[in-house]
Design a protein around this ligand. Sequence first.
Ligand SMILES: O=C1C=c2cc(C(=O)O)[nH]c2=CC1=O
Length: 448
Amino acid sequence: MIQSPEILSRRADVHVQRSGPGDVEQCSGSRVCGGHAEISGHALAVRRNVLTLSAEQKRVFVSALDQAKRTTHPDIVIATRHYSEIFGPDNSTQFQNISIYNLFVWTHYYSVSKTFLGDGEPSFSAVDFSHEGPGFLTWHRYHLLQLERDMQDMLRDPSFALPFWDFSTGGSECDICTDDLMGARSRFDSTAISSNSIFSSWRVICESVEDYDTLGTICNSTESSPIRRNPAGNVARPMVQRLPEAQDVAACLEIDAFDTPPFYSTSSDSFRNSIEGYSAPEGPYDPVVRSLHNLAHLFLNGTGGQTHLSPNDPIFLLLHTFTDAIFDEWLRRHTADVSSYPLENAPIGHNREFNMVPFWPPVRNAEMFVSAADSLGYSYEVQWPARALTLTQIITVTVVAALIIVAIVFAAATCVVRSRSFGTETRQPLLGDQYQRYDEQHKTQSVV
Ligand SMILES: O=C1C=c2cc(C(=O)O)[nH]c2=CC1=O
């Protein structure tokens, strides 16, 4: 993945407009603040729930994605051989053009691909630059930002914003799998996309993973099979037949620590591992659990559920914008600064000051650990679920409510009794008086 020096200098001095009118931040010299020179002075891009877009906005979004799939990236080419073979026999370089959307797919593939150790050697699979570590959120944040900025440039619309899919429905339906959005299920093949959707004509890249691992090649821009998707259809694994619940989102937002040792997929009480979905949403690590982001991927049950291929299904980007929205909300609620992010002892590529592989020009994890609205030029419009009460809270509320009811009933009963006896008392003295006076006057005893 390379860019020309001319492009690097073009991106080095930009302005981003922040939330308030006239509040323009100078981002001179920053590689990530603002991105493209062309977006100088543009307004904050607002990422919205894709289901709330109008019919016309949905059509425009789907058509923009399709344009990105077909438009060659103006600045970046990809390497299709490892370093030692980057120059071919005739000194030709092994680089290829790639489309804007396919670069998004390739970048993710590259970040998770095995390390080639040489002919005949098994490739090394223990490195993942974008998952199972603190960099999961920062890496995917920049991944989305790069696509959004590339699409803003392609459309010449600096306000273009990627929408999000709120996958926390708790249901077994894919509510965005409709022909006006990500494509309905085909009526003829339950694992394919309906021919009424443009996405049925999309072809995936990076499918020949065996070749890359054994021959030492790298995914190139050749497109092969259609997207496969069978939401909730994994009968062998009932746990991934339902999407996460809104309460899972609420629970993970309450976790205080951004990440915890060993800063891996086995971390407990880590917000990052909880939203990534290797631990229960409340925090404890459990090897059988798949929740939130991981569960949403596995629910798709096809291209979108295989890590080296998943961005080929455009649902990937909507799933990740929602994950990023949760990350942004966590930063806000916990008023976190970069010191919450581990400086060391995280897996390779995941430490705070490490560059995120393979983005170019280099971007560090720390640069993405910031409020999106304050520093990155976009914000989210989301309704967050209120946290459900715990059992202890439910018992406490029930006991207090019962005591209040008892007190009210007791008070009401006391009032009734008092008012009755007051009524009797207020009549009796009159009778008593009368009786007494009569008795005193007549000196007789009679009952009135
Ligand atoms: O594309 C992805 C697919 C995934 C599957 C799991 C899992 O938990 O098994 N996790 C994934 C992350 C991805 O990014």
